[in-house]
Design a protein around this ligand. Structure first.
Ligand SMILES: *[C@@H]1O[C@H](CO)[C@@H](O)[C@H](O)[C@H]1NC(C)=O
Length: 360
């Protein structure tokens, strides 16, 4: 699907910055719309830690864009999108830190993960078969979307799901679809299994030297229009033991990078372009946002799967509870998460794996 090659990336970013992003930003500024939030968990009312980036103004942002140089070239060359399907020698071929300008890591817990190509096929087929793709089309292309802040039960193939649209000040038509109970969650897990996600769990476990892993929070996200997204985190302080993998299923060709990343020191932003068969993996306190986009005129949309994986322990379970934003797993229930710790991969027990599909 012709994503731009690494050596073209600087010019792509510059062109995107000066043509595509700029009008949105100026427009937001002119109409005094606050930065929007596409975050999974809302920010507290007085976020001390987050103050600097709340003050990260539109003019800072524009200055940042004008200062673009070689350092902004995303190091795409460090990972091969079919690395997973090739004979690989170790987990270092599968997982790489996200970096720009020749190894410059601005956000230490942002990674890229090569995926088996079967995963994309399985997840796409699942989204199509369940009616999720059509549902997204009805929401963000044909309309009408749900009301901002609205959350509703929906049923796909007699399974209980939830659709959720962020509140109005987020100014995005992103909706999240998530399994609403354990049956629907487990069904989604079998698709990950069929797609070869066990091997991904194994790579993550080995790379971070974990004891066990569970895929504990699953969703699909879809969007066709977003003003500049609000910077947020998905997981905090898990002890580098929990991550959100964003897996692109449907991308819009020829558009600017989809993910904005703020450096750990909150002084600069960089952009990351999604790629099929590569997940962006967001770890502890990694600040990021949906980059602005507008696919409406093309009548297109972007859909990704999101899979939170974690080594759930009594030490980090309270922090992992903070990452829950859906009907399932139940918010605030530490025991529920701990009961499922290490269910899908274990360093020492090969019987721990994702549930296998029962039907074909
Ligand atoms: C991470 O910490 C920030 C700042 O305390 C908080 O606003 C946010 O909700 C937390 N997010 C998660 C996913 O724990």
């Amino acid at each position: 699907m012709g994503r731009p090659a690494a050596f073209l990336f600087t010019s792509v970013v510059v062109v995107a910055a000066s043509t595509a992003l700029l009008p949105h930003v100026v427009w937001s500024f002119a109409s005094v719309v606050p930065p929007i939030c596409s975050c999974r968990s809302p920010l507290p009312s007085s976020p001390r830690r987050f103050l600097p980036r709340l003050q990260y103004t539109v003019s800072d942002y524009l200055n940042n864009l004008h200062n673009i140089d070689d350092d902004d070239t995303f190091d795409k060359v460090l990972i091969d999108s079919d690395a997973f399907d090739k004979q690989h020698t170790g987990d270092n071929d599968i997982i790489t830190p996200m970096s720009w300008g020749g190894g410059n890591r601005i956000s230490k817990n942002m990674y890229r993960v090569a995926l088996p190509s079967t995963l994309l096929q399985e997840l796409r087929n699942y989204a199509n078969k369940m009616g999720i793709t059509d549902f997204y089309r009805s929401l963000v292309i044909d309309g009408p979307p749900y009301n901002p802040g609205q959350e509703k039960s929906v049923s796909f193939q007699e399974q209980n799901w939830m659709v959720h649209r962020p509140k109005s000040h987020w100014k995005s038509n992103m909706h999240w679809l998530s399994p609403a109970d354990e049956t629907a969650h487990d069904d989604y897990l079998t698709i990950l299994s069929a797609g070869g996600f066990d091997k991904v769990l194994e790579s993550i476990g080995a790379y971070f030297n974990l004891n066990g892993l569970s895929a504990y929070h699953l969703s699909f996200i879809g969007v066709s229009q977003c003003e500049r997204g609000f910077i947020h985190t998905d997981v905090n302080d898990s002890g580098v033991m929990a991550f959100n993998l964003i897996i692109p299923l449907m991308l819009v060709d020829g558009e600017s990078p989809e993910l904005e990343i703020l450096s750990d020191d909150e002084t600069m932003t960089r952009f990351y372009q999604y790629e099929y068969n590569v997940a962006s993996m967001i770890g502890d306190d990694a600040l990021h946002a949906t980059a602005s986009c507008d696919y409406m005129s093309k009548g297109e949309m972007r859909i990704c799967a999101t899979v939170y994986v974690g080594d759930i322990t009594t030490t980090n379970v309270r922090n992992l509870l903070m990452s829950l934003t859906q009907a399932y797993p139940p918010v605030g229930n530490a025991k529920h998460l701990l009961d499922r710790a290490g269910d899908h991969w274990s360093k020492t027990d090969v019987s721990k794996r994702l549930p296998v599909p029962v039907h074909n």
